[in-house]
Design a protein. Structure first.
Length: 289
């Protein structure tokens, strides 16, 4: 069983539409995939409709959170996507993201970078807007060569010249929302990104409010970090996940490059009551027993 529980589509900052992500998942040899776009479930219906036979889709989302003004990402799975409190919180986050992207564009323009809000909006399409969309506009404008170069103090990294913060719930609040919607919550890539590091001493408190798992194997984690996270997961009783965090061409089409064990997948699914995984078949999507 090959299982990847963290991938993005054009519903947020991925480059491929949900249907194409599902085809790529199967082509990469996956049996189970979770679509986890930032702060939205908008891609799930199209992903489900396009499910290739034999591929199981786990509904998910990557929720933006803030701890002491530092960004923390929380993965939610198999929640009720119609839950009013969760959908309202996501709408609030997306609205703040939009407002903040507009302000980042204004700051870039003040710095002499010829990007426009219209252009950024066109790149993001109907998806949740994020810094990668602004970064792509900067590449198009020729101020940077590769989109990652936007994530520096010169530009869009926290504290950077064009950086603007935004609203996001705390991890305990996001965990509570996911749990109340019948879902299961997992801490995403606690060692990704430069600079600030998520304090692992906080894990017991998050587990106490319902955190079920932690991403240990992630492309941005080195071997020492994985060992540290595995130890922390075992001490805290958290389920260990491995996932690609694929964003299409932005991350070099790496879907399935890290995986979660079937045993851990089953432990995770057993904790969720808000939705069930859906399996693609010759007759269309169906709920496996
Ligand atoms: P935002 O959602 O606006 O906070 O932007 C964060 C997103 O940008 C993440 O979900 C990643 O897709 C991407 N990202 C964050 N940091 C980096 C980085 N250092 N290099 C490339 N992409 C990054
Ligand atoms: Mn992203
Ligand atoms: Mn993330
Ligand atoms: Mn992600």
């Amino acid at each position: 069983m090959r299982i990847d529980l963290h991938v993005h589509s054009t519903a947020s900052d991925g480059t491929d539409p949900p249907a194409q992500v599902m085809r790529r998942a199967r082509a990469a040899g996956l049996d189970i995939v979770a679509l986890t776009d930032h702060d939205t479930t908008a891609g799930l219906a199209a992903a489900e409709r396009a499910l290739p036979a034999g591929l199981t889709l786990v509904s998910g989302m990557e929720l933006s959170c803030l701890t002491d003004s530092h960004s923390v990402h929380l993965l939610g799975y198999l929640f009720d996507a119609a839950d009013p409190h969760l959908t309202a919180e996501c709408a609030r986050i997306r609205e703040s993201r939009r407002d903040r992207a507009q302000r980042m564009v204004a700051r870039l323009r003040a710095l002499g970078v010829p990007v426009t809000w219209e252009q950024v909006r066109a790149i993001a399409g109907r998806g949740t807007i994020g810094r990668p969309h602004v970064a792509r506009a900067m590449v198009a404008a020729g101020v940077i060569k590769r989109f990652e170069q936007a994530f520096t103090k010169d530009w869009l990294a926290p504290g950077g010249r064009a950086y603007v913060s935004r609203y996001a719930p705390t991890p305990p609040r996001a965990i509570a929302l996911v749990r109340a919607a019948g879902g299961v919550a997992v801490l995403a890539h606690p060692r990704a990104g430069r600079g600030w590091r998520f304090p692992l001493s906080e894990l017991p408190a998050l587990a106490a409010v319902g955190l079920a798992g932690i991403e240990v194997d992630h492309p941005d984690h080195d071997d020492a970090q994985r060992a540290e996270l595995r130890r922390a997961a075992r001490e805290t009783g958290l389920i260990e996940l491995g996932s690609s965090d694929d964003h299409g061409s932005l991350t070099g089409h790496r879907i399935g490059c890290e995986t979660t064990s079937h045993a851990n997948y089953r432990r995770l699914v057993a904790l969720a009551v808000g939705a069930k995984p859906v399996r693609g078949s010759r007759h269309g999507p169906e709920t496996p027993p």
